[in-house]
Design a protein around this ligand. Structure first.
Ligand SMILES: C[S@@+](CC[C@H](N)C(=O)[O-])C[C@H]1O[C@@H](n2cnc3c(N)ncnc32)[C@H](O)[C@@H]1O
Length: 341
């Protein structure tokens, strides 16, 4: 793996990219399809194609669409390739971070001479990334302190916990996970170096949290692992850039639909959509809105939609999902796909 710097605990082999065990149940599929049904014919971008669950549903729902699937995890792309094989002539899969959307999708759109009419983001990690201990995302299974979605990227969770100073770690835990005990956890991490695997880290975090607080809000290490994952994959900076590019790329009446799973990412989506809808708040009450607030999108619905109780009972990982959607303004010559409403 060119360019990778495995941390000291990285003694587990990476899973085989070609194995068939990438199973991820897509979230709020009906709601996503409903949001995308009215868009004009053209290129549909799945910016987080994962195992191809949403993409397969979309292709089945819309026979004329061309789909560009993006993911930075080669194992996810291999799974998507297998899953989407029946539609291979209508699918382009690209390994890239989604903030390269403009370049990667722009090239395909020019080649096919088609407008980009939808972009879907289903943020965060996939179930196989969490469930395979070798990936190092899970506090429940022993694995290396890795957490890279792209195995060729350089920063690992191991490097953060074993080399960053306590103040930088505490800052990361506050910023990416609103961790109340950030300072205590950061000091405990520094005191226990070198930390070699996920379970060891989870135990250090648990022991650093006062006993009464350990019993609230799920596993005591959940927020620390979330914060590390976000930092390792630079998730929030990349997301804002990617959303901006997606809104630029969309043709009139095209839609951008986003599923977010924690408040940090949902805040970024909400703010970017609000600003694009021309609703940026004035710098101070009573002042006019800031310049550049001409709306380029409209909200498809107000606020965020959430999964049904039945879906959450079937799939606990859907519980935190927040679905938002905007539509690009302006009139275009594009014709709706089959099934438009
Ligand atoms: C929740 S999963 C998507 C699952 C997919 N919707 C499905 O139905 O199978 C999120 C995917 O986004 C990918 N991902 C996360 N951040 C990314 C980024 N910045 N660039 C590209 N892919 C990213 C992850 O590797 C993961 O496969």
């Amino acid at each position: 793996m060119a360019g990778s710097r495995p941390d000291p605990g990285h003694r587990h082999a990476m899973p085989d990219e070609h194995s068939d065990d990438f199973v991820h149940e897509p979230v709020m599929v009906d709601e996503v399809l409903e949001a995308l049904r009215p868009v004009p014919a053209g290129i549909h971008v799945d910016a987080t194609v994962g195992g191809g669950g949403h993409a397969a549903a979309l292709l089945a729902d819309r026979p004329v669409a061309h789909l560009v699937g993006i993911d930075r995890d080669p194992r996810a792309l291999a799974a998507a390739r297998r899953r989407l094989a029946p539609h291979a002539d209508r699918v382009t899969l690209i390994r890239a971070p989604y903030d390269r959307l403009a370049d990667e999708v722009g090239g395909v759109a020019r080649r096919l001479a088609l407008p980009v009419t939808s972009v879907l983001f289903d943020l965060g990690v996939s179930s196989p990334q969490l469930d395979h201990p070798e990936r190092g995302f899970s506090y429940r299974h022993r694995g290396p302190l890795d957490m890279r979605m792209d195995p060729d990227s350089s920063l690992t969770a191991g490097e953060i916990v074993n080399t960053w100073d306590a103040r930088a770690i505490a800052d990361l835990l506050r910023r990416h996970a609103d961790e109340r005990f950030a300072g205590r956890i950061a000091r405990a991490i520094v005191a226990h170096r070198p930390i070699t695997d996920t379970v060891e880290l989870a135990e250090i975090v648990r022991d650093a949290i006062p006993a009464p607080a350990r019993r609230r809000g799920g596993h005591p290490a959940r927020r620390t692992f979330q914060a590390l994952r976000i930092a390792v994959n630079d998730e929030l900076t990349i997301l804002d850039r990617a959303l901006e590019q997606a809104l630029d790329l969309l043709a009139p009446q095209g839609r951008c639909v986003v599923l977010a799973y924690h408040s940090g990412e949902d805040r970024i989506v909400k703010r970017r959509f609000r600003d694009a809808a021309g609703e940026a708040p004035p710098p101070r009450p009573g002042l006019p809105p800031p310049p550049g607030t001409v709306p380029v999108v409209r909200h498809v619905w107000r606020g965020a939609r959430t999964p049904s109780r039945a879906e959450v009972e079937r799939n606990r990982r859907a519980e935190a999902a927040r679905l938002r959607a905007v539509e690009k303004l302006g009139s275009g010559g594009a014709t709706p796909d089959r099934g438009s409403s």
